[in-house]
Design a protein around this ligand. Structure first.
Ligand SMILES: *[C@@H]1O[C@H](CO)[C@@H](O)[C@H](O)[C@H]1NC(C)=O
Ligand SMILES: *[C@@H]1O[C@H](CO)[C@@H](O)[C@H](O)[C@H]1NC(C)=O
Length: 215
């Protein structure tokens, strides 16, 4: 009896691991119908008989993004919002452009593991683990290198060269989400109270106001 319970527990643990990404589809495809008002986990499907090749096509990932912003980087998303054919398929893509020394600031994708390859330039990348707590795993990538950022972990990429850098990423969700740590914590709407942030970051309230003013 106990061994059965143990086996069941083990099976359950294994299953939950296997389900740690978007749920699998129950049909060939379910092209997102973004005109529907129905709320589901994903989007309502278009009638498959009226689906066309265009529903599965995104054009323009060869185009460089505009990196003229304080961080010197820009992400061009090819998520379900841009490519309706991705609905229910548990996968998506992005292009990341970096100006010289540009930074894709520390952020997390709550719903996706990310696998990234460098097309041009050289990137310093890293992520921080939860167990063991707060260990930084970091390295420098050159053109052709592939690196993986495990689901949910805080990660970043910085161009460590004087030229432009380009990376292409694939993500294990049609809608990975992106939470940029600095913006989420210091630029939320409405603000998290300065007292709370002062205590959390062990600084004075003036310092918190100063950081909040940047976001
Ligand atoms: C719906 O998707 C199409 C592409 O299929 C896009 O052109 C349009 O802007 C989208 N509309 C909304 C409200 O997201
Ligand atoms: C890039 O973005 C900056 C800042 O928003 C803007 O001033 C500039 O015109 C843009 N450049 C191009 C080529 O779109």
């Amino acid at each position: 009896m106990t061994s059965h319970l143990l086996l069941f527990g083990l099976l359950f643990a294994t299953c939950s691991l296997a389900l740690a990404s978007d749920p699998g589809p129950l049909q060939d495809f379910c092209v997102a119908d973004n005109t529907s008002k129905v709320l589901v986990n994903g989007f309502v499907c278009k009638d498959p008989n009226v689906v066309t090749a265009g529903d599965f096509l995104f054009k323009g990932l060869d185009r460089m993004g505009n990196t003229s912003n304080p961080f010197g980087s820009i992400v061009t998303q090819v998520f379900v919002q841009q490519l309706p054919g991705l609905n229910t398929l548990g996968i998506s893509m992005a292009r990341i452009d970096f100006a010289p020394w540009g930074l894709n600031a520390p952020h997390t994708h709550p719903r996706a593991t990310e696998i990234l390859t460098v097309i041009e330039g050289s990137l310093e990348v890293g992520f921080v683990t939860s167990n063991p707590a707060n260990r930084l795993i970091t390295t420098t990538l050159v053109k052709g290198d592939v690196f993986v950022f495990p689901v949910g972990l805080i990660h970043f990429q910085q161009n460590v060269g004087n030229g432009y850098a380009v990376a292409i990423a694939a993500l294990s969700s049609q809608n990975p989400g992106a939470i940029t740590i600095a913006k989420a914590v210091f630029g939320s709407n409405p603000d998290i109270s300065a007292d709370i942030l002062a205590k959390a970051f062990q600084v004075d309230v003036k310092t918190v106001y100063e950081i909040q003013s940047k976001f």
